[in-house]
Design a protein around this ligand. Structure first.
Ligand code: BGC
Length: 775
């Protein structure tokens, strides 16, 4: 088995060597003979299967109470024996999984192995930053590698299918699930989507350490009205194809093995029962060859959507193109009847069963059903130091420096530091949401990280300062899934006093505030996206001490920080950094790692601006740029009387301890024709006092179109490392591919005309150049 190369340092160089990075879909490594063998095998198997057994393959229960000892006696155990279960999820541990597989391959009539799924979202036991944080690294090597480590750990523990990547574009910070995705941009989202799939699936799905990926939630789940989870979606097809579909399509192009349907409706039909989506777009247009699974009880929920009774909606889902039913047993309990009544066809059932059997074949399960899961290997390979070091490096690369006045950061490695905040001693909340397999109690919290790395030279004092929220009931909701916030029973005044006393003894304050882990994630929509008042009051009190404040922000979503941003000298957005949180934060705030993260989602000034995103349309009455920059109101232009048009922190924004200067753009050809390639280059110079990494971003604006076009769109980025004083020329190759969009007829093409080429450090700080491209 190939070992990953681990970085000894935390520098930027890719952790994968070139040959280990995957850049092709796993299917492209499969020969025609392999495909023929697979087809023959599955044809033969299907010919032996009863109707019940076929429908059984399409059934995906959650393990519930299924444990080793109960394998034979539990309800699921019986169903496995009867061949009525295709896969199982939420079961953890190599031995437990083996016991279930044994029932399937020894007791069921046709001995068909099962697949074992889990939400391995940002790591397995070794946990990486939440996906929104990972996206902020803009480092595709790290993205792919985090998925690779997650796949290996999960596979050693018996899992061979993950419900990831989640690629739902969202412009809605109220929606808690923005934490699980890559933010607002279709280009960045697509790059991440593809690299996650490559990381999970590798080159060979049957090698025992690669696992099936499942891109979700198809489609448009991030566009629910008012940011309320599971809510209605309604949007134009032009917007779907140009702005929301690309990351799903990128996963399909990368050969993703499975797709999960979303809970929301699309064009008035729930995605789970939407034939246009699951068959016309996904299979006919995008040529998806894998299987579609519903989300948790997605079929049953169509009853509440108002689409009919369970039999009706189950038939609707099958006919739409769904192959596997997660948890709800709609298929299991109604499809036979629907077939006898002519409401579904045998061919539709056969096709769904076939797709699931093909995935099992690709995993090599018919050769060896036990290849994923080896308790001895798992003990050695899961959550080992090697993986934790990678997680630490990734976490440090994902942090975004939002503000750093008076060079408060990096901190001096001497003196006394007051470490204050409701979560500074809380390991349970470091991994963030969707951390099913995380070893929470072992996660390095902030105090532990600081003490372990700098405790010899620096005196650290700590205080809680405030509870997460004044409202105890709300805080209980915020502490879901066992992620206790350790609410302090002392009064607000007592907590504040202790914090101020501690601060007064220190040279500098490190104040960690923001959200607890489960304030974002599924079913965690918020109607306010500010830091809770208890913590704002804490910041206010500490400000009065006059000590410099470096604020560490824990958050799973963009927050409106307007009411707090002026108080701290520095703000470092740490997201939820994962298993190595405390170590990674220590690395960044003491300067071992120079922050290089850039925001993958806009931070608004206030909730009233939402949705606010960089790739917006110009409108017919745009506010004059100078007034926009000065935040001045103009009547009869598109703006607010009481708020600026600009966000607090734009997409692509993020500071460094050093400074990067950009030269003007040089263009190889300002009047290209047809399929030519144009080089757009800038020279970037590190003119500050630290070595550091910079994400150089390319944006393009199509000045005139047959439909209105965004004011800019990300079309490329390169993360470069520059030593202090060093300069590098960064070149982007631009081809007509970068200019294409879905037009009013949903035809994907480009149009001749003028293009504004922008390169810069952030979506709102770019150099400009023009080209005129004719067909
Ligand atoms: C979520 C999915 C997840 C599934 C299985 C659902 O509630 O929406 O993202 O994969 O549960 O745990």
């Amino acid at each position: 088995m190939k070992k990953l190369i681990v970085l000894a340092t935390l520098a930027l160089s890719p952790v994968f060597s070139a040959q280990e990075m995957v850049d092709k879909p796993v299917q492209s490594y499969q020969t025609a003979q392999y495909q023929a063998r697979k087809k023959a095998f599955v044809d033969n198997l299907l010919s032996k299967m009863t109707l019940d057994e076929k429908i059984g393959q399409m059934n995906l229960p959650t393990s519930g109470d299924f444990t080793t000892g109960m394998a034979q006696s539990s309800d699921i155990g019986k169903k496995v024996e009867q061949g009525l279960v295709g896969g199982l999820f939420n079961i953890k541990g190599a031995d437990k999984i083996k016991a279930v597989q044994k029932v399937a391959v020894e007791k069921s009539r046709l001995k068909i192995p099962m697949i074992f799924g889990m939400d391995v979202i940002h790591g397995y036991e070794t946990t990486f930053p939440i996906p929104l944080g990972l996206a902020a690294s803009w480092d595709m090597n790290l993205v792919q590698q985090s998925a690779r480590v997650a796949a290996r750990e999960a596979a050693f523990d018996g899992i061979n299918w993950t419900f990831s990547p989640m690629v739902d574009i969202s412009r809605e910070p109220r929606w808690g699930r923005v934490s699980e995705g890559s933010g607002e941009d279709p280009y960045l989202g697509s790059e991440i989507s593809k690299n996650m799939v490559y990381g999970y699936q590798g080159k060979d799905l049957a090698n025992g350490t690669n696992i099936l990926a499942c891109v979700k939630h198809f489609a448009l789940y991030g566009a629910g009205e008012s940011g309320r989870d599971y809510n209605t979606v309604d949007m134009s097809h032009v917007r779907m194809f140009n702005e929301y579909f690309p990351p799903y399509k990128a996963a399909v192009d990368a050969g993703v093995a499975s797709v999960m349907a979303s809970f929301n409706e699309v064009d008035g039909v729930p995605a789970t029962g939407n034939r246009w989506l699951q068959t016309e777009v996904l299979r006919n247009q995008w040529k998806f060859k894998g299987f579609v699974v519903t989300d948790y009880t997605g079929i049953n929920e169509m009853v509440d959507h108002g689409m009919g009774d369970l039999q009706q909606v189950s038939a609707l889902a099958l006919k739409a193109g769904v192959d596997m039913d997660m948890v709800g047993e709609g298929f299991l309990t109604t499809l036979k009847k629907s077939l006898s009544e002519g409401k579904v066809t045998q061919a539709e059932i056969d096709m769904a069963a076939r797709r699931i059997l093909e995935a099992k074949y690709d995993l090599g399960l018919f050769d060896n059903p036990y290849k994923h899961g080896d308790a001895k290997l798992a003990a050695k390979e899961v959550y080992n130091l090697e993986n934790r070091n990678i997680a630490r490096s990734v976490a440090a690369q994902s942090m975004v420096l939002l503000k750093n006045e008076n060079q408060v950061l990096p901190l001096k490695k001497s003196g006394t530091v007051a470490v204050i905040g409701p979560l500074v001693n809380n390991s349970m909340n470091m991994a963030g949401t969707w951390s099913v397999a995380t070893k929470h109690s072992a996660s390095v919290n902030l105090m532990q990280g600081l003490q372990a790395n700098y405790g010899k030279d620096v005196k650290f004092l700590s205080a809680k300062g405030a509870n997460i929220d004044y409202d105890a009931k709300l805080e209980e909701i915020y502490a879901a899934h066992g992620k206790k916030t350790d609410r302090d029973s002392r009064s607000k005044e007592e907590l504040l006093k202790e914090a101020v006393d501690v601060a007064n003894k220190a040279d500098v304050i490190v104040l960690a505030i923001g959200e607890s882990a489960e304030m974002s994630g599924e079913s965690s929509s918020r109607s306010e996206i500010t830091i809770p008042q208890s913590q704002v009051d804490l910041l206010n009190e500490l400000k009065k001490t006059g000590k410099p404040i470096a604020m560490i922000l824990f958050t799973g979503r963009p927050l409106a920080l307007t009411n707090v941003k002026d108080m701290p000298d520095a703000i470092l957005n740490a997201w939820f950094p994962g298993s190595e949180a405390g170590n990674a934060i220590a690395d960044v705030i003491f300067g071992k790692v120079n922050p290089s993260g850039k925001l993958p989602m806009t931070f608004p000034r206030s909730l009233g601006q939402v949705p606010i995103y960089y790739n917006a349309k110009n409108t017919g009455r745009p506010l004059d740029q100078k007034l926009t920059d000065k935040c001045e109101y103009q009547r009869f232009r598109s703006n607010y009387m009481d708020e600026c048009n600009t966000p607090l922190y734009a997409f692509g924004y993020g500071l460094s301890y050093t400074r990067f200067n950009y030269s003007d753009i040089s263009i190889s050809n300002a009047n290209p024709k047809g399929n030519q390639t144009v080089q757009a280059s800038v020279t970037v110079t590190n003119s500050g006092n630290y070595d550091g990494a910079e994400v150089v971003q390319l944006y393009i604006r199509d000045m005139v179109g047959s439909i209105t076009r965004p004011v800019k769109e990300l079309k490329g980025f390169q993360k470069i490392f520059l030593k202090k004083g060093e300069s590098k020329k960064v070149t982007f190759d631009i081809t007509p591919e970068s200019l294409k969009f879905y037009n009013g007829d949903l035809k994907y093409d480009w149009e001749s005309g003028e293009f504004d080429i922008m390169i810069g450090t952030s979506s709102d700080e770019v150099k400009h150049s023009k080209i005129n491209w004719t067909k």
